[in-house]
Write a protein that binds this ligand. Structure first.
Ligand SMILES: NC(=O)c1ccc[n+]([C@@H]2O[C@H](COP(=O)([O-])OP(=O)(O)OC[C@H]3O[C@@H](n4cnc5c(N)ncnc54)[C@H](OP(=O)(O)O)[C@@H]3O)[C@@H](O)[C@H]2O)c1
Length: 264
């Protein structure tokens, strides 16, 4: 008897346009490749042009679909607006927005307001503005949004002054929930992915050198319940699933991927 395969719920992004911020490195770069493998037209957003070009070539190699690169400093509103206008000019639609760009900003309460402003201006404000500008197109396509948050949204991180970062990611999760409620009636889903320690250059933004980073990874791996850290590709797989039709009943949710770090 022939086997019927349900294609409408497949992880297929044929002709779908997916914007990924922070696609020049780490989780965002692997997310772009994952979507490209599933036939999406990807829009790679970031600041490092060389890294964006390298990743765009990797994306194009998979299925021969040329990605759009938008070099953008996301703390600059004009650059954020250009992400949407260039995407519409080139592809005419938006199906998925992955708000992934972010930095680890340390700072104790004793350092005053500057680290807080930096955390909000980088990790929250661009996602809000970009989403606001993308919403009419997402409503049209009945698309969805995946915000890349962190387990730092749920709990303070021991031994680091991570207050501004934790607050910024908690804000992002509440953005996910409020937005899911607001856009649900329009058929637009919104979810968060909340990684724990993941092997990327993320910690370098906190002033940790490459050598120190390897040492830190070893120590952290030994402390996690599963004795390992996540790879960017694993986080990318979760983002891809949430953005796909297989997750059509999932909205307003936060998904932890952390090798058990939350249990510590
Ligand atoms: N790695 C972890 O352990 C971990 C854990 C939990 C959550 N996360 C979250 O995962 C997301 C991705 O981080 P990652 O680990 O992949 O770090 P990463 O390797 O340092 O990548 C960060 C990306 O964000 C982009 N970016 C940062 N600030 C930007 C700005 N102002 N304008 C435009 N692009 C900007 C970077 O672009 P350029 O390089 O081009 O400047 C880069 O592509 C972040 O939101 C982070 O908070 C990471």
């Amino acid at each position: 008897m022939p086997v019927h395969i349900e294609t409408s719920r497949a992880m297929d992004f044929d002709n779908k346009v997916v914007i990924i911020t922070g696609a020049s490195a780490g989780i965002g770069a692997e997310t772009a490749i994952a979507f490209a493998k599933h036939s999406a037209k990807v829009v790679l957003v970031g600041r490092n042009e060389e890294a964006l070009n390298t990743n765009a070539s990797k994306c194009e190699e998979v299925k021969g679909i040329q990605p759009l690169i938008v070099k953008a400093e996301l703390t600059n509103d004009e650059d954020v607006k250009r992400v949407i206008s260039t995407t519409i000019e080139k592809f005419g639609r938006i199906d998925v927005l992955v708000n992934n760009a972010g930095v680890g900003i340390c700072g104790s309460i004793r350092e005053g307001i500057e680290p807080f402003d930096r955390a909000i201006n980088t990790n929250v404000r661009p996602a809000y503005l970009l989403t606001s500008l993308a919403t009419p197109y997402l409503v049209q396509s009945k698309g969805n949004i995946v915000n890349v948050s962190s387990i730092a949204a749920f709990k303070p991180i021991k031994d680091v002054d991570f207050l501004p970062y934790c607050m910024s990611k908690a804000a992002l999760d509440q953005f996910t929930r409020c937005l899911a409620l607001e856009l649900g009636k329009d058929g637009v889903r919104v979810n968060s992915v909340n990684p724990g320690g993941t092997k990327t250059n993320f910690v370098e933004a906190c002033g940790i050198s490459k050598d120190e980073k390897e040492e830190l990874f070893k120590v952290r791996e030994q402390s996690f319940p599963l004795r390992k850290m996540a790879k960017s590709e694993e986080v990318a797989d979760l983002i891809l699933y949430l953005a796909s039709d297989r997750a059509s009943s999932i909205t307003g949710s936060t998904f932890v991927i952390d090798n058990g770090e939350m249990l510590l």
